[in-house]
Design a protein around this ligand. Structure first.
Ligand SMILES: Cc1ncc(COP(=O)(O)O)c(C=O)c1O
Length: 342
């Protein structure tokens, strides 16, 4: 089965499993897991932030970032397509007591001007005060779009001028870095906090890192505990994360190349794409998503339906060139000019 539903389906590689088996571990809730500590130091150095914290998931990393930099009753600005707005069970409202103000954009991005138009800081009891802005890089619902450095700088400048905190949900930060052809540390330089996932294209079984200044990360540590994210001998996961950062980052560009290969082949068949797919995520317009999912599955290719007329295909390290070619053929059969009902 060629599983293109998500890059979260990646399985730990052999080298990763060995690194996990050999990991030196301790109780991380006491701060005594040497491998977790090593991963956190490594990540902080890599992204040039003062401190880092390992959390079990991207959802918890985002939530800890929001909780550490806001108070209940504050307003936060993010894209309408942003993962915390769409896919995190309403945790910003339920757990954070936060109001959201959203920017609508097909690519899931925001400009400094769009953010500026939503900031409310008036000393007027009618309004919730805006205290945090969150960008997503790359965007999930926006077709894997990424920010150019200058775009983030613009938002960062605005946030500094208005005394707002800037968070980056970089679940796929290293995909953004590969696409922008820029080291990730530059892309997050304007951000107060950033999180990235080890468990997506990087191939680790679980884990996300949240990074920022020492004080914020210290606050996040308390929220991680509060949310039940203290993981004891988490060095087994940290070893996978270290392995991923040391061995898997450079492979992300291949995922982008394979996504392009499928897109180009399907465009040649007249298939429509309403979003660009500059990284590893493709949204493909179809006549009937349920049919396409079913018929692809019969050809051993799995994709996700995304509404009635769109499917999502995500490339990742467990789909190599040969599998990509098989997927291209299956898609052509199901969607191409020759397909019975396409
Ligand atoms: C952009 C983005 N942010 C956050 C997350 C949450 O990550 P997790 O599934 O580890 O909670 C995801 C997961 O797909 C994501 O795509």
């Amino acid at each position: 089965m060629i599983d293109l539903r998500s890059d979260t389906v990646t399985l730990p590689s052999e080298g990763m499993r060995k690194a996990m088996a050999d990991a030196e571990v301790g109780d991380d809730v006491y701060g005594e897991d040497p491998t977790v500590n090593r991963l956190q130091e490594y990540a902080a150095e890599l992204l040039e932030k003062e401190a880092a914290l390992l959390l079990p998931t991207g959802t918890m990393a985002n939530l800890a970032a929001f909780l550490s930099q806001t108070r209940p009753g504050d307003a936060v600005i993010l894209s309408e397509g942003a993962h915390p707005y769409h896919y995190e069970s309403g945790n910003l409202a339920m757990v954070g007591g936060l109001m959201t103000r959203t920017v609508t954009d097909p690519f899931g991005k925001m400009t400094a001007d769009q953010v500026a138009a939503l900031v409310v800081q008036a000393d007027d009891p009618h309004y919730a005060h805006t205290t945090l802005v969150s960008i997503e890089n790359t965007t999930n619902r926006g077709g894997g779009a990424y920010y150019q450095h200058g775009e983030i700088e613009g938002i960062g400048r605005l946030c500094r001028e208005r005394g707002l905190r800037l968070h980056c949900d970089g679940a796929r930060l290293f995909n953004a870095a590969a696409a922008a052809n820029m080291e990730a540390r530059f892309l997050v330089q304007p951000c107060d906090t950033v999180c990235f996932c080890l468990s997506k294209g990087l191939g680790a079984p679980a884990g996300s890192l949240l990074l920022g200044d020492r004080e914020t990360i210290h606050r996040a540590l308390r929220f991680r505990k509060m949310l039940g994210g203290g993981m004891r001998q988490a060095g087994i996961l940290a070893a996978a994360g270290l392995y991923a950062l040391e061995h898997h980052v450079d492979d992300l560009a291949d995922d982008h190349r394979r996504a392009r290969r499928l897109r180009t082949a399907l465009e040649g068949e007249g298939v429509r794409f309403t979003l660009p797919s500059p990284t590893n995520i493709l949204y493909i317009e179809v006549d009937d998503a349920a049919r396409v999912v079913r018929e692809l599955r019969e050809r051993e290719v799995r994709v996700l339906p995304h509404g009635a007329r769109r499917v999502r295909a995500v490339f990742h390290r467990d789909v190599d060139d040969a599998a990509t070619e098989k997927a291209v053929e299956a898609f052509k059969e199901v969607l191409g000019k020759g397909a019975a009902s396409a």
